[in-house]
Write a protein that binds this ligand. Structure first.
Ligand code: NDP
Length: 450
């Protein structure tokens, strides 16, 4: 009865699925992964990787402007969208090949087909039915578009990476990671951008000081931000799309992009056939070892809807592989997960917001510094950087670091190790700075702001 085709069958070759498949195979398991769309999932194809390439592309406009003060005559720079789009696509195709190689070299069988469950241990993949002792669901998430008249005219981030033409005027709906990142991308590449967010201040869940700072910087870069605004309708008009807002105002644009969240992609997997439970929002509930209610069926990544972040999915996939095939009992530590938003300037953050930290640590000391980056003393650009360190004064531990400024993600990654290791403010203070950098500010803030 133990004669299964595979020790592990993975549905979905995104960040979590690929990692679990590769590690499991390297630990000696017989593994297959089914992927109907593209190897590497959202991150590689329509997420982190192409987004970051676009962010690089969008920054050049300021680099050209800044260069003049440094003595460079750059002439009239012109942006050519098809070049960026197609060079990006070539890089993504290269990465698809790399993922193929990583899986096959590890001995994982790749099935480029849609897979659905037909029973607790059986999967229909294409026209074949196979069996597996263990199954991992790593199908990720998919963009959600709110329903309003004309909402079908809105694109999502999926399409933004392949636009046939670059828009002259763009409206972005939403106020999360994707909305603010694409506002920066489209604006940097030369579009007139409006961002419409339904609440009082975008980036809900992030530190309020950082959110206000980003709003100011974004406005200074020419993005028109409409807060407390809902889009009521979009219609095609001569030469573009007409959007109507709930305050009766309207705006004509060439492109409307909904960046209004991503839902777990659990529908159409026929999970019922195996008895796997699904939450009302589509998330698959799992225990600390990523087991669903069916003990040999696991789920990781966006489909479990804990933290929709690539490195988190990778960590979860690694856990599943080790627990299954190396007899370990690993689980992911979700405390102090650092994250970056590649808006312009970037946000990097680790630990609780100031608001949350006040609840957790009654004796909170907040260190804060806002300054003009050295580069702009000469370039004359008005852009500023904001840094915050939150310290639990009771035991001197640094509990959070937040930053908005160039390379914030790069800087906060290093600090997150210190914070995870329990570093105190005294440790920060006794660390010698690297001069002249922006990052040294994190070890030279001496007076608490509050
Ligand atoms: P988010 O969940 O980050 O943000 C969704 C935004 O859309 C919120 O501002 C939300 O408003 C708004 N919204 C939701 N529903 C509606 C609606 N019906 N009408 C109007 N506005 C609405 O989702 P994203 O799509 O930006 O990104 C999805 C996930 O992908 C992120 O949560 C993140 O985990 C991941 N990601 C990570 C990146 C990174 O690491 N740099 C980059 C991009 C994505 P409200 O705040 O009021 O709920």
């Amino acid at each position: 009865m133990d004669n299964y085709d595979y020790d592990l069958f993975v549905i979905g070759a995104g960040s979590g699925g690929v990692r679990a498949a590769r590690v499991s195979a390297s630990l000696g398991a017989k593994v297959a992964v089914a992927e109907e769309r593209y190897l590497g999932g959202t991150c590689v194809n329509v997420g982190c990787v192409p987004k970051k390439l676009f962010v690089y592309g969008a920054h050049f406009v300021e680099d050209f402007e800044d260069a003049t003060a440094y003595g460079w005559e750059t002439g009239d720079a012109e942006f050519h969208w098809p070049t960026l789009r197609d060079n990006k696509t070539r890089e993504i195709e290269r990465l698809n090949g790399v993922y193929n190689g990583l899986l096959t070299d590890a001995g994982v069988e790749i099935l480029a087909e849609r897979a659905v469950l037909t029973g607790p241990h059986s999967i229909r993949v294409g026209h074949a039915t196979v069996t597996a002792r263990n199954i991992l669901i790593a199908t990720g998430s998919w963009p959600v578009v709110p329903t309003f008249p004309g909402s079908d005219l809105a694109i999502t981030s999926n399409e933004a990476f392949y636009l046939p033409e670059f828009p002259r005027r763009a409206l972005i709906i939403g106020g999360g990671y994707i909305a603010v990142e694409f506002a920066g991308i489209f604006a940097g590449l030369g579009a007139e951008v409006t961002l419409a967010y339904r609440g009082e201040l975008f980036l809900r869940g992030f530190d309020a000081g950082i959110r206000r700072f980003v709003l100011e910087e974004m406005a200074a870069k020419g993005v028109s931000v409409r807060l407390m605004t809902r889009v009521e309708s979009v219609e095609s008009v001569r030469g573009g799309l007409r959007c109507r807002f709930d305050d009766a105002a309207s705006l004509d644009v060439d492109l409307v992009m909904a960046a209004t969240g991503r839902a777990p992609a659990s529908a159409n997997l026929e999970l019922d056939a195996a008895g796997v439970e699904v939450a009302p929002n589509g998330a698959i509930p799992v225990d600390h070892g990523y087991r669903t209610n069916v003990r040999h069926i696991y789920a990781v990544g966006d489909v479990i809807d804990r933290l929709q972040l690539t490195p988190v999915a990778i960590a979860e996939g690694t856990c599943v592989a080790h627990n299954l095939f190396a007899d370990e009992t690993r689980c992911v530590d979700y405390d102090n997960v650092p994250t970056a938003i590649f808006c312009q300037p970037n946000i990097g953050t680790v630990g609780p917001t100031e608001e949350r930290a006040r609840e957790l640590y009654p004796e909170l000391a907040v260190y804060e510094s806002s300054f003009k980056p050295m580069k702009h003393t000469v370039s004359g650009r008005s852009e500023r950087t904001l840094m915050k360190l939150l310290v639990n004064a009771e035991d001197d531990r640094v509990v959070a670091a937040h930053m908005c400024g160039p390379e914030a993600g790069e800087i906060i990654q290093g600090l997150s190790v210190a914070i995870k290791a329990g570093a105190t403010k005294a440790d920060f203070d006794s660390t010698i700075g690297i001069h002249p950098t922006a990052a040294e500010e994190f070890v030279t803030m001496r007076e608490a702001a509050r």
